[in-house]
Design a protein around this ligand. Structure first.
Ligand code: ZN
Length: 365
């Protein structure tokens, strides 16, 4: 061993830039950068996605399979800074170019041509034939029909038809049953048919004002200057946590209600920010103006029903086998049968069928 090699310890690392990990203690090694950190740093430096998704692309003519990295497209900086930055810049450009538009930027869709109609009718006939052949067990004919349908689909796409084309063998989906129950204490929302426009109303022949909205969640109890509860015993921590978890769904519902109520396709730029008390709140600038009274009505009528396991009921104790994901039932189920239950009558305990909480409506400030 030469002297230069033996000297390469951590002490000399600063001089030579090289470290010998074999000679370092566990604590010293813990301070070294991880390969993933280096890769992430490099990606951020070059402005490319730090956690791209690997997608398989199959060439239908040659059968060659390629793995293509697709950017994650996250809008959250804590998940992927380059993608979030890209999204922010795109929003800024969209805002600059679109905010003051006086006419709708999108024109109506082209009417279907005779050729497109003919192709789609032929596809429908093939579809019926495929169902018949399948029922008769004629798999060879089924394959031939499937090939013809693939060709037809390509022919349909070529003259510029977009949208989903029904597959010949649709995967069997379990029908979701949703509750249509309404909360009785929430007022009804006035509804208008939603027009296909995004541009707001003009006032005085030349003014087209915009609206700035801030949505804040209800109070859970009084807090001090640091946002901590003044009376921890009466502060509603449970509701605060539930509201924070379900805030995105509540916001979605708010915009849905807004569009249904005002009758046009409202567009907005917004941001969710944490308040000092830890609750999320939302600022939005929206194109066009909505009367204050109407906005208040929408906010009061906005709530979101959640079907969720009981947060405050202990279902599994320490040492129990927890629930497992059942991909067929698309729910968490209980793996252990009740001892007294005969096997045939055992039913999975589904987490998706129990209703517990519904975060309250948001409040305007
Ligand atoms: Zn990304």
């Amino acid at each position: 061993m030469t002297s230069t090699e033996t000297n390469l310890g951590i002490a000399d690392a600063a001089e030579t830039g090289a470290v010998d990990q074999e000679r370092m203690t566990r604590a010293e090694r813990a301070t070294l950068a991880l390969t993933t950190d280096v890769a992430q740093d490099l990606a951020e430096q070059h402005g490319v996605c730090v956690r791209p998704l690997a997608r398989r692309r199959i060439d239908t003519t040659t059968g060659r399979v390629d793995v293509v990295p697709v950017p994650c497209g996250s809008t959250r900086e804590d998940q992927c800074r380059p993608c979030a930055d890209k999204a922010r810049r795109l929003r800024a450009v969209q805002c600059r170019q679109g905010w003051h538009l006086e006419e709708e930027p999108l024109e109506d869709r082209n009417p279907p041509t005779a050729e497109q109609r003919e192709l789609l009718a032929a596809r429908a006939d093939l579809f019926v034939a495929h169902t018949e052949c399948k029922a008769n067990g004629d798999m060879e004919a089924c394959e031939q029909i499937a090939e013809s349908v693939t060709e037809l689909d390509a022919a349909l796409r070529a003259p510029g038809v977009r949208g989903r084309l029904a597959p010949l063998d649709p995967p069997s989906a379990i029908a979701k049953r949703r509750s249509t129950k309404r909360r009785q204490d929430a007022p009804n929302l006035p509804r208008r048919p939603v027009q296909k426009r995004t541009v707001g109303q003009v006032f005085g022949g030349r003014y087209r004002p915009s609206t700035f909205v801030t949505l804040t969640l209800d109070s859970y109890g009084r807090v001090d200057a640091d946002g901590a509860a003044l009376d921890p015993d009466s502060y509603d921590y449970r509701r605060a946590a539930r509201d924070a978890i379900h805030f995105p769904a509540l916001l979605d519902r708010f915009w849905q209600n807004t569009r249904r109520c005002v009758g046009w396709n409202v567009q907005y730029f917004g941001t969710v920010e944490p308040q000092r008390r830890g609750a999320p709140h939302f600022h939005a600038a929206l194109r066009g103006s909505i009367p204050r009274a109407e906005l208040r009505q929408i906010i009061v009528a906005t709530y979101h029903h959640v079907w969720w396991p009981n947060h405050d009921q202990l279902v599994y104790e320490a040492g129990d086998r927890g629930s497992v994901w059942d991909s067929r039932a698309k729910a968490f189920v209980d793996p252990t049968p009740a001892k007294s239950c005969p096997r045939s009558t055992r039913r999975p305990r589904s987490w998706t069928t129990r209703r517990t909480s519904s975060p309250s409506g948001s409040r305007c400030t």
